[in-house]
Write a protein that binds this ligand. Structure first.
Ligand code: FAD
Length: 358
């Protein structure tokens, strides 16, 4: 077990969008340990731009050490927790006074920034050398990937297959319709209510059959399905009864895991009834940073901040100039939301928030 020094020991499990901002925010108030299997934070909303423009990843993949200058980084996965300690895959025990779980979605990515940048270079080569590309999944990832490739490589034949009745099912009908119109206008062939089971088809395949018997020729393919929540590691821990049926951690209004005074959860893994979005994960992090500061300075629980679920705002980029934005009372598409999101994908802003040059 490691020493916490004079300050209270805050252990944050997961160095994604939420965990990294929290670590950065409390690093001078606490003895912070960030546990993450990779050495870097990845600003996920740049992932698809990184595939068509790999140099973009230089700014969106950020070593934890760059923003966490006054904390400890443990490059490992957490596999168990007790009332006082976290256990990592290497068998290391890390003691805590306050624990924050922020493990988001499961996404096996390389350990180092260098390896991740190489991976984007390889994806880019794959896209460049393909004549035809099959994208399976019409959620935000599939739609944004189709938009990026159609914008930067308009000569490629792109087919997008989605099993549901419309694109972008995580938000409203209008957003899906606008995305469909935009993709069609860029010659992307969209096949709704059809499936291609990529898992059962070997790499190197160039002809695919959909569930309705249609044939798609493609020399490169991407599966853009939703990723599972990274909470299965909690299912045999002291928090096993705090997971709901969907595997989300149940939290109170202070974002504390229900029934636990010193354990918080933030980001996509919480059961907060709202869209699972990075800008909301950031809000969770800031609320918990405040609450930790209150508790660590001996403040009363009643002084803690509460979190209100966010409204259904979402933006989906369509290449470099266009986007679709859903607000509570309207949905707009085109260059206005594109101007807000699609040029820089909020990377400059997010880097600034992490205390880094934009
Ligand atoms: C392609 C794409 C585009 C997106 N676009 C947008 C957008 O435009 N706007 C927006 O607001 N949101 C967007 N999102 C959603 C946003 O990325 C998520 O809401 C956000 O990442 C959630 O943050 P998080 O910290 O909860 O989880 P994540 O960012 O998923 O981070 C989880 C972290 O936990 C780590 N981890 C996992 N298991 C363990 C373990 N056992 N031990 C230790 N560490 C572990 C992982 O390595 C990772 O670092 C997008 C998502 C994707 C995939």
């Amino acid at each position: 077990m490691e020493s916490g020094g004079d300050k209270r020991r805050v252990v944050i499990v997961g160095g994604g969008i939420a965990g990294s901002l929290l670590a950065k925010s409390v690093q001078f108030n606490a003895d912070v340990t960030l546990i993450d299997p990779k050495e870097y934070l990845e600003i996920t909303w740049a992932n698809l731009r990184n595939m068509v423009e790999p140099s973009f990843a230089e700014r969106s993949v950020i070593n934890h050490r760059d923003y966490l200058t006054n904390g400890r980084v443990v490059t490992s996965a957490a596999i168990n927790i007790t009332e006082t300690e976290v256990l990592t895959t290497e068998g290391r025990l890390i003691g805590y006074d306050y624990l924050v779980i922020a493990t988001g979605h499961y996404d096996p990515v390389p350990k180092t920034k260098e390896e991740r940048l190489d991976q984007y270079q390889a994806e880019n080569q794959k896209i460049q050398s393909a004549n035809s590309i099959l994208i399976v999944g019409g959620g935000p990832t599939g739609v944004e990937l189709a938009g990026e490739i159609a914008t930067d490589f308009p000569e490629k034949k792109i087919t997008l297959v989605h099993k549901g009745p419309r694109l972008l099912e995580f938000i409203g009908l209008k957003a899906g319709d606008k995305a469909l119109c935009w993709l069609k206008s860029r010659n992307v062939e969209v096949k709704l209510e059809q499936e291609v089971d990529l898992k059962s088809i070997p790499d190197g395949t160039e002809v695919y059959q959909t569930s309705m018997g249609e044939t798609i020729e493609a020399d490169c393919r991407y599966l853009c399905a939703g990723k599972p929540l990274a909470t299965s590691w909690l299912s045999e821990t002291i928090l096993k009864d705090n997971l709901d049926k969907r595997g989300r951690l149940m939290v109170d209004e202070y974002l504390r895991v229900k029934g636990h005074k010193n354990i918080f959860a933030i980001g996509d893994i919480t059961d907060v009834p709202e869209l699972k979005q990075g800008y909301l994960a950031h809000k969770h992090a800031l609320v918990v940073a405040k609450n930790l500061k209150v508790l660590m300075s001996g403040g009363k629980e009643s002084k803690m901040s509460t979190y209100e679920p966010g409204s259904a705002i979402a933006m989906v980029s369509l290449g470099r100039k266009d986007a679709i934005a859903q607000f509570p009372f309207t949905t707009i598409g085109g260059c206005v939301p594109g101007y807000i999101k699609s040029r820089d994908l909020f990377i400059g802003r997010t880097r600034k928030q992490m205390g880094l040059p934009s």
